[in-house]
Design a protein around this ligand. Structure first.
Ligand SMILES: Cc1ncc(COP(=O)(O)O)c(C=O)c1O
Length: 417
């Protein structure tokens, strides 16, 4: 395959030691929950391409919407020009989210959506003349992106960005308030440092890239109470959890609390095009209004609100309205719980956990993730072990037999270890 061998000399892969990285698997096409490889093999996809393809690949409704948009307007700059898909998408997102989350800022990746959230939290205070509250409180095990701004609010010890510790803006990172001792420590931290903080950021219910670590809804209620008590902007990063992944349309619904800012991406376009959104309350938006250009939000990625991405996102929202996605997530959840549970008895397995359409088997350690990945490919599935976990985040449209193939493959490879 010429393109692979030629391009291999020029492509730089994500999260990869290029000296030892194996050649990636060449993909010929995708359909539903399946990846068709160039060599004829077919893999059932357990990851939905980093949690994006919630309706399965190549859903005809999204394909048609994107094709129709491509004919009309693939992209126009968002400064000074408007197009229907973005304005309609903003209206729909605001209608889906509770009051007063009404103001949508579009970007082109999750990391940048988080950068914008930080900027809104900090600048809204500066605009009101409040100085010195520039820090964002983040949590151990958290992940919010790979840009310099977002690396600064990721867990500093967890490997991905530890090399940069000391070079980044310093933000406090503390354990989630999830039991008596951590709640007391969290409360004490705020009593001492809240005057330096603009806001708090958390991945609600599950810290994804940190290892699919779950926490109960009460944690979010505690954060909401604390944010209210100290006047802090509460940011829920739902880039992973948004659009049904945890069993409700948004994870925060399970806690019965509303953030001041929510960030969305990944499944926003059903996994077809890169798009992200930062949605803020009316009050935060109003903090940017004045007679002076100096208080405006100075942000504007070139491909902001890309019309193809917005058309895909609108089509994805249509599917959430017209097809039984949350019921599918509930069925997946029950099947994952049932079929992954037997892994608990296997050597090296320390935990099995399920939330919504997320199933996790945690091991004491994974010495060679690449070898494990290839053992899974040999079983006909695409699963990407990382840290010490094997996890499944399939498309919500996956068939029962396909999901059984995924859970079975995990059981088999762990039994053979
Ligand atoms: C919770 C969360 N926030 C932010 C990001 C970064 O998104 P992106 O990779 O699109 O920049 C991710 C990506 O995995 C994420 O899971």
């Amino acid at each position: 395959m010429n393109w692979l061998e030629e391009g291999w000399r020029h492509v730089w892969l994500p999260y990869a030691q290029m000296q030892t990285a194996p050649l990636p698997l060449p993909v010929a096409r995708t359909e539903g929950a399946r990846i068709y490889l160039e060599d004829g093999r077919v893999l059932v996809d357990g990851i939905a391409s980093w949690w994006t393809a919630c309706h399965g690949y190549n859903h005809p409704h999204i394909r048609q919407a994107v094709a129709a948009q491509l004919e009309r307007v693939p992209h126009v700059m968002f400064g000074g020009l408007a197009h229907e898909p973005a304005y309609r998408l903003a209206t729909r997102l605001a209608a889906m989210l509770p009051e007063p989350l009404n103001r949508v800022f579009f970007t082109d990746s999750g990391s940048v959506a988080v950068e914008v959230a930080i900027k809104i939290a900090v600048q809204s205070r500066l605009n009101r003349g409040e100085r010195g509250r520039t820090k964002i409180l983040a949590f151990t095990g958290g992940y919010h992106g790979d840009t310099f701004g977002t690396m600064a609010i990721c867990d500093p010890e967890e490997g991905m960005h530890s090399l940069f510790t000391g070079l980044l803006t310093e933000h406090p990172v503390v354990p989630l308030p999830r039991d008596e001792a951590s709640v007391a420590a969290f409360d004490a931290f705020l009593a001492e440092h809240a005057h330096t903080l603009a806001g708090i950021i958390v991945e609600p219910l599950v810290q994804g890239a940190g290892g699919m670590v779950l926490h109960p809804p009460e944690v979010l209620r505690h954060l909401r109470r604390a944010a209210d008590a100290y006047g802090l902007t509460l940011i829920f990063d739902e880039i992973f959890t948004g659009f049904g992944r945890t069993g409700t349309m948004f994870a925060f619904e399970q806690a019965g609390v509303v953030p001041d800012i929510i960030t969305l991406s990944k499944a926003l376009t059903g996994g077809t095009l890169p798009l992200a959104a930062t949605i803020a309350t009316d009050a935060l938006f109003e903090a940017f209004l004045s007679d002076s250009p100096a208080t405006a939000l100075m942000h504007g990625p070139t491909y902001m609100a890309n019309a193809l991405g917005c058309a895909a996102a609108n089509a994805s929202l249509d599917l959430f309205e017209s097809e039984p996605r949350l019921a599918q997530v509930a069925a997946i959840s029950a099947q994952l719980a049932r079929e992954l549970e037997p892994c608990r008895g296997l050597p090296g397995v320390v935990d099995v956990r399920v939330l919504g359409a997320i199933g996790v088997v945690e091991l004491a350690e994974i010495a060679n993730p690449a070898a494990l990945r290839m053992a899974l490919v040999a079983q006909g599935v695409w699963v990407r072990p990382f840290r010490s976990i094997l996890y499944l985040t399939p498309a919500f449209t996956i068939g029962e037999a396909e999901l059984a193939q995924l859970t079975r493959a995990i059981f088999v490879v762990l039994s053979e270890k």
